[in-house]
Design a protein around this ligand. Structure first.
Ligand SMILES: [Ca+2]
Ligand SMILES: [Ca+2]
Length: 722
């Protein structure tokens, strides 16, 4: 029995604690809570009502006896630790600008991160400016803007016990809504501690300049632990929190407030300052006494040991070769489009498409610049068809989410290529658009399917529109010979590339078209529309369904088919796609994309991974195939490129996180890092996020999956060691 299974048995029916334990890979005796004998000191003591505080604490208390290693080295660091934001060392002006990684303030602020505006993350202002405050004292200023929420955090996911203090001046009462919370209208400034994700943490601070509040946030749930109305008038105040086991203390001496609360929900995490709306931060310090420091170090060692132990049953990565690609070529995919028994690589080059074998030898070259492409799901004869968009009706220059210049082209034609030879089988004009000025691209449905043809070679052309936040409304269905079958415009709009799918949901052998919140038959009739689409569209930051997954995921015929609608800031709707009826919804943040994989052999069917973007990048949430949310993690604060990886011949898939060196590794279906991939970490070196290219490729149709890791001009291939 592995440790996870033991934990589960021990906790028995206590599902919430079981999940927390899994999330944090650490079980620690709650010494300070159980033995401290603390008494509430203030009028505002309010223990939160919660199922089984005592039971929960007792359960957690017992776990270390299974995991405790008496021989663990004593770190004997009998020194306290103190960290302070070096405000005095900051030059005046914007600090930590995300898209300027060489800005000198990054070095000054080494050790501090802003999860809401991370270095090399995405195109967003830092929102934090160093200024000279009153009496010449330097401060960091937060600005007055709806999207002004920013943080300064330090520490590690394993930090549990510590003290944090800040000196702050709050200058704004209301603020919002923002992409992270359509319902938030209050400005706030205060301390964050035990941050598990940027949407899950404890917080103590001023709200709307008239209330001091200590709360636990879990996504859109704000559980207030203590609060008091205060008489505040723009003065600089001191906020202090101390977390020790389950006991949370919070105080503001200037306003005469001292809170004490007991809460068991958040076990550990980073600590720092977070504010929405205009305010000034004059000081921010985090400290640990020697006992706290030793504890936190032991928790970090425990987590490392846990990863090593979990990884022992998985093969290490072994470098098996390198790919030599033509200059400026990118890998589109590896697949058996040439012949059924072997996989080849499909490359995109500046002047077209190229098929190469694994030694880099060119099989064919299609010499027309290609925008979007799609490889047919079914073979025609021995090869697959490749559909590609070519030509240029119009083009625009834009910045990508990550700040790079992009040239986006509205294509003119579709061509069909023979995957074996690259020969053009057919070509056809793309539809004429009466409102072409509102459209920046055509695109293909996420997969080909069977609309009228005998095999899955039909597809749908979709669009990206400026007036739908890069989503779209129009759908044009084609058969594999490029005959236009039907055209339909849907309302509500669908979203990005992963929002239009061809999938057989009713089992008649023909594929339906799931386009955002609308399901259409293979012949273009509307079958259903999401019943909460109006609500979804009214939520700020949710102007389309960013991504959609529909299929038979649950392994339970009572539940299938099922669809997951990733609705931007409205979160995730789990619906019956045949009726459009919502079964459940989950406010996970700005849900932007999703993928299907079998990450858990102990759960029937497949699991759904959902990632967030705007307002809270990098949160990954796993759902069961029937729509239950299992856990959320946030290994870094950058767009999470998660690829499902079949790393063993049998057993569940894993996910490969590769957006930063900090997050790099294979993770299991419990959200645990199980393989650090040190070989890749060595290659990564000190490169910044975005400077390594990562693909999961299969050399043969049966696998195994290879990790393709591109650094500079070389693509290194790693396979599971034998
Ligand atoms: Ca069907
Ligand atoms: Ca499963």
């Amino acid at each position: 029995m592995d440790d996870g299974a033991r934990t589960r048995d021990l906790l028995g029916h206590n599902q919430a604690l079981y999940q927390l334990s899994y999330n944090h890979h650490q079980m620690e005796p709650l010494i300070s809570f159980c033995g401290g004998g603390f008494q509430p000191q203030t009028v505002d003591f309010r223990p939160i009502p919660m199922v089984g505080v005592v039971v929960g604490a007792a359960s957690i208390w017992r776990i270390p006896r299974l995991h405790w290693k008496p021989g663990m080295p004593d770190t004997t660091q009998n020194e306290s630790l103190s960290l302070a934001v070096p405000i005095a060392g900051l030059p005046a002006g914007e600090i930590m600008p995300p898209m300027s990684p060489d800005d000198p303030t990054w070095a000054v602020m080494d050790g501090w991160v802003d999860p809401l505006a991370p270095r090399c993350g995405y195109r967003t202002p830092s929102g934090k400016t160093a200024i000279a405050g009153e009496n010449g004292a330097k401060a960091i200023a937060w600005e007055n803007a709806p999207d002004s929420e920013r943080c300064l955090m330090t520490g590690a996911q394993t930090w549990r016990d510590y003290t944090a203090t800040c000196r702050v001046q709050a200058l704004q009462e209301t603020c919002g809504p923002c992409l992270d919370g359509h319902q938030i209208t209050w400005a706030s400034a205060g301390l964050v501690f035990r941050m598990e994700t940027s949407r899950r943490y404890y917080y103590f601070g001023l709200q709307q300049k008239h209330r001091l509040v200590l709360f636990r946030r879990s996504d859109d749930e704000w559980a207030e632990l203590a609060s008091r109305i205060v008489d505040y008038h723009d003065s600089v105040i001191t906020l202090t929190v101390e977390a020790n086991g389950d006991s949370l203390r919070a105080a503001c001496p200037e306003l005469g407030v001292s809170f004490f609360a007991v809460d068991t929900q958040l076990k550990s995490g980073k600590v720092g300052f977070r504010a929405r709306g205009e305010c000034r931060l004059f000081d921010l310090q985090v400290s640990m006494n020697p006992a706290q420091r030793r504890l936190n170090q032991r928790l970090a060692e425990r987590a490392t040991g846990w990863t090593a132990q979990l990884g022992t049953t998985l093969p290490d990565e072994e470098k098996i070769g390198e790919l030599t690609l033509p200059a400026n070529a990118t890998i589109l995919e590896a697949g058996n489009f040439v012949a059924p028994e072997a996989n080849h690589l499909l490359l995109k080059t500046a002047d077209g498409l190229e098929a190469v074998d694994w030694s880099g030898r060119t099989l064919w070259h299609f010499e027309e610049p290609v925008g979007k492409h799609k490889v047919g799901a079914a073979a025609m004869g021995s090869s697959r068809r490749i559909y590609a968009m070519v030509g240029e009706r119009q083009a625009i220059e834009r910045d990508s989410v990550r700040g790079q210049a992009l040239r986006q082209t509205l294509a003119d034609e579709i061509v069909v290529l023979d995957g074996a030879t690259g020969a053009v089988l057919n070509r056809e004009k793309l539809p004429e658009l009466p409102d072409a000025d509102k459209v920046n691209r055509f695109d293909f449905s996420f997969e080909t399917g069977r609309l009228t043809s005998d095999s899955a070679i039909d597809f749908v052309v979709r669009q990206w529109r400026f007036d739908c936040g890069d989503g779209g409304r129009d759908l044009w269905a084609y058969d594999g010979d490029l005959n236009l079958l039907w055209h339909h415009a849907v309302d509500p709009p669908y979203g990005h590339h992963n929002a239009v799918h061809l999938v057989d949901l009713n089992g008649d052998g023909l594929t339906e078209v799931m386009a955002g919140g609308t399901l259409l038959s293979s012949t273009g009739e509307i079958i259903s529309t999401h019943d909460r689409s109006r609500e979804q569209l009214e939520i700020a930051g949710a102007h389309h369904y960013d991504a959609v997954l529909a299929g038979h995921f649950s392994g339970d015929e009572e539940q299938d088919p099922i669809a997951f609608l990733m609705g931007g800031s409205s979160g995730v709707y789990v619906i019956d796609p045949l009726t459009g009826q919502t079964r459940s919804f989950h406010r996970v943040g700005h849900a932007q994309w999703g993928m299907v994989a079998n990450l858990r052999d102990d759960l029937p069917g497949q699991e759904i991974m959902v990632g967030t973007r705007w307002g809270n990048y990098g949160i990954l949430s796993l759902f069961s195939g029937r729509g239950d949310r299992l856990w959320s993690i946030q290994p870094d604060y950058i767009l999470q490129g998660t690829c499902p990886v079949q790393w063993t011949a049998d057993g569940p898939q894993h996910i490969w996180l590769n957006t930063s060196r900090a997050a790099l590794g294979l993770y299991d279906g419990h959200g645990r890092l199980v393989k650090r991939l040190d070989g890749l970490r060595d290659l990564w070196g000190n490169r910044l996020p975005g400077q390594c290219r990562c693909d999961v490729l299969r050399r043969t149709p049966d696998g195994p999956d290879l990790l393709a890791f591109g650094i500079d001009d070389t693509t290194h291939l790693f396979a599971p060691s034998r």
